[in-house]
Design a protein around this ligand. Structure first.
Ligand SMILES: NC(=O)c1ccc[n+]([C@@H]2O[C@H](COP(=O)([O-])OP(=O)(O)OC[C@H]3O[C@@H](n4cnc5c(N)ncnc54)[C@H](O)[C@@H]3O)[C@@H](O)[C@H]2O)c1
Length: 285
C-alpha cells in the first residue's frame, strides 16, 4: 500500500492481469486502491511490483478462478469493500473446451457470488465478453442453460448443444454470451443495492491474446474457411483492429460516476463489426 489517501477506501478488484488487466489497473488505480488477481504467480508478482513502483496502491492475490475454494478465499482480502469489479481473465484459442468454459464462464460466476456481499453502493461490476458472444443462435433454452453454469450437469447439458468436440470459437462464443447474461442478471439483482453490472464486448483487438490465437480466424461466412487476420479485419467498417487502450478507455468510463445510469447492457466496442455481421445475417442477436 503506497498511497495513504487510498489505504482504506473500497477496492478496484481486477481479475486477470494480462494486457487488458494491466491497462485497466493503471486507469482505475488513479481513483481506487487496487487488488489484482491472477492464476500465474510470476505474472502477478511482476504486475504488482510494476504498479507499486509507478505509485499505485496495490496488492496482489494469486487465485485460480475455477477453484471454488480459492475464489471463496478471495473474500478475506475484500474487507474494505469493492467499488469496481473488473472481471477480465479468460482463455481463448486451443485448450480443452471444458477448461475454457470453466475459466471463461464458471469462474466469473464464482467470483461474482463471492464479491457480491462486499460491493459498496455506487459500485459496479464490469464483465468482459467478446463480439463472439453474438454468434450463438437466438434460443431461450441456451440462454437459460448459460445462466446457471454452476448447476450439476451443466457441462454435459452444454455438450448436448455444442457436440462432443466443439471448435474453440464455438465454446468461446457460448462462454462470452454467458458473460453478457451474467451482467444482465446481476444488474437486475444488484440494482436495489445501487450497484451496476455491465458487460463489454471487444471485437478484434490487437493484443498478445489475439496474436496467440493464431494467424487466422473463422470466416463466419457460409463455409468453414479460416481467413488471415488481415483479411478478416476488412470486415470491420473502420478497416482496422482496435487497441487495448481503446477498450481500457471504455472500462474507465463505465466504472466512473459519469456512467452512473448505464446498467445491465452489453457495450460492443468493435469498430462497427457487429453491424456488418447483422447486415450479412451472420448473427441473429
Ligand atoms: N484481446 C482480444 O483480442 C480480445 C477480444 C475480445 C475479447 N477479449 C477478452 O478480453 C479479456 C482479456 O484479454 P487479454 O488480452 O488481457 O488476455 P490475456 O491473455 O493477456 O490475459 C488474461 C489473464 O487471465 C489470466 N488467467 C487465465 N486463466 C485464469 C484463471 N483460471 N484464474 C485466474 N486468472 C486466469 C492469465 O494468467 C492472464 O494473465 C478476455 O476476457 C478476452 O476474452 C479479448
Amino acid at each position: 500500500m503506497s498511497n495513504p489517501l487510498f489505504a482504506n477506501a473500497p477496492l478496484a478488484l481486477i481479475i486477470g492481469c494480462g494486457g487488458m488487466g494491466m491497462g485497466t489497473a493503471r486507469a482505475l488505480g488513479k481513483r481506487h486502491p487496487l487488488l489484482i488477481v491472477d492464476i500465474d504467480a510470476e505474472r502477478l508478482a511482476a504486475a504488482a511490483e510494476a504498479l507499486h513502483l509507478e505509485g499505485y496502491t496495490v496488492s496482489g492475490r494469486q487465485c485460480d478462478v475455477t477453484d471454488p475454494a480459492q475464489v471463496a478465499g478471495l473474500g478475506q482480502s475484500l474487507g474494505q469493500g469493492v467499488r469496481v469489479l473488473a472481471h477480465i481473465a479468460a482463455v481463448g484459442g486451443i485448450v480443452d473446451w471444458r477448461v475454457m468454459m470453466a475459466v471463461d464462464l464458471l469462474g466469473p460466476h464464482l467470483v461474482a457470488d463471492v464479491v457480491e456481499p462486499y460491493l459498496v453502493p455506487g459500485g459496479v461490476a464490469l464483465f468482459i465478453g467478446s463480439l463472439a458472444g453474438y454468434l450463438p443462435p437466438l434460443d431461450p433454452r441456451i440462454d437459460a442453460l448459460l445462466d446457471a453454469p454452476l448447476q450439476p450437469g451443466f457441462m454435459d447439458a452444454l455438450e448436448a448443444v455444442l457436440g462432443d468436440d466443439p471448435k474453440w470459437i464455438d465454446t468461446y462464443a457460448y462462454a462470452k454470451l454467458g458473460m453478457m447474461r451474467l451482467a444482465e442478471t446481476r444488474a437486475m439483482a444488484w440494482g436495489a443495492m445501487n450497484v451496476r453490472a455491465i458487460s463489454i464486448s471487444p471485437g478484434m483487438i490487437d493484443s498478445p491474446m489475439a496474436r496467440a490465437q493464431g494467424a487466422t480466424l473463422p470466416s463466419h461466412g457460409n463455409d468453414d474457411r479460416e481467413v488471415p487476420r488481415d483479411e478478416k479485419k476488412d470486415e470491420i467498417p473502420l478497416r482496422r483492429e482496435g487497441s487495448l487502450q481503446e477498450i481500457v478507455a471504455v472500462l474507465d468510463f463505465l466504472a466512473s460516476d459519469a456512467a452512473s445510469f448505464i446498467n445491465g447492457i452489453d457495450l460492443v466496442v468493435d469498430g462497427g463489426h457487429r453491424a456488418v455481421w447483422r447486415a450479412r445475417g451472420v448473427i441473429s442477436r
